[in-house]
Write a protein that binds this ligand. Structure first.
Ligand SMILES: NC(=O)c1ccc[n+]([C@@H]2O[C@H](COP(=O)([O-])OP(=O)(O)OC[C@H]3O[C@@H](n4cnc5c(N)ncnc54)[C@H](OP(=O)(O)O)[C@@H]3O)[C@@H](O)[C@H]2O)c1
Length: 253
């Protein structure tokens, strides 16, 4: 029996990087998982590759910057698997590293739509689903060292600070219902996220280099999946409102 046997989870950003590793580990540990991202073919390949595991993966292609997608992916989990136990708000995109004097309106909108509005809509739907079920539930958010350090642009760093606050506020507000909310503070990882950056603002990037140089070698996204597995499941039943740095010690620099 796996550590998540009997649990139903929704994981966003499942088509690459950390999300793919989270879905993989959850399926190996027996969870029924709804894998969400825009690239349907990637999700289908992942589900196929995991078909021999104890858990089950169902794909839900969609753009989590849209409110209705966040709501529908959770309705889908309930209709497909009968309930929701775990939400992992993992999908995210980078900004172009720009300082506040230089961000574009388009970047601000795009990054906040995915990194902030998506998790807000999904979390609202999840807590109301847990309450309607009368079950405790667990939410894990993927934030970043950028919430505390100036290691990206103003827009990305502010979006991740918002995620930390969303997580803590949720943990406080739904204590009585047994709903837990925790946050991973991710350091640098080998994923595809730089592809979402576009052309970086070189002046800002030059300023950021000193901070980026304090980071240890990038981690393998499986390290994030292991931490999410712990926080999402019952082993962390007495942990809520926490921020767990998974960053090779970068938080100490
Ligand atoms: N890598 C790092 O160094 C690092 C550091 C700190 C924090 N993080 C955070 O870790 C999380 C995962 O990122 P990653 O590093 O694993 O990057 P990644 O490999 O680029 O994965 C990002 C995932 O998010 C999905 N996504 C992006 N926009 C979406 C949208 N509008 N709707 C649905 N899904 C969307 C992508 O899928 P589709 O393109 O198929 O939609 C992809 O599956 C993000 O929140 C990121 O900010 C990463």
């Amino acid at each position: 029996m796996g550590r998540l046997t009997g649990k139903v989870a929704v994981v966003t950003g499942a088509s690459s990087g950390m999300g793919k590793e989270i879905v993989t580990l959850f399926a190996k540990e027996g969870a029924k998982v709804v894998a969400v991202a825009r690239r349907k073919e990637r999700l289908e390949e992942l589900a196929k590759n995991l078909s021999g595991e104890e858990g089950v993966v169902a794909v839900y292609p969609g753009d989590i910057s849209q409110k209705d997608v966040n709501e529908a992916m959770i309705d889908f989990a309930v209709s497909e698997f009968g309930k929701l136990d775990i939400l992992v708000n993992n999908a995210g995109i980078m900004d172009d590293m720009a300082a506040v004097g230089d961000f574009s309106d388009e970047k601000l909108q795009a990054v906040f739509n995915v990194n902030v509005f998506g998790p807000f809509y999904a979390t609202r739907k999840a807590v109301n689903t847990f309450k309607a079920q009368g079950t405790p539930g667990s939410i894990v958010h993927i934030a970043s060292e950028g919430a505390y350090k100036t290691c990206a642009g103003a827009v990305y760093c502010a979006s991740k600070s918002a995620v930390v606050t969303l997580s803590r506020n949720t943990a406080y507000m739904y204590k009585a219902e047994g709903i837990r909310s925790n946050c991973i503070i991710a350091g640098g990882f080998k994923t595809e996220i730089s592809g979402s950056m576009g052309m970086p603002n070189m002046e800002a990037y030059g300023k950021l280099k000193a901070n980026l140089a304090t980071a240890p070698a990038p981690g393998d996204p499986i390290e994030i999946a292991k931490a999410v597995l712990f926080l999402a499941g019952d082993e962390a039943g007495y942990i809520s409102g926490a921020e767990l740095a998974v960053d090779g010690g970068w938080c100490t620099a």
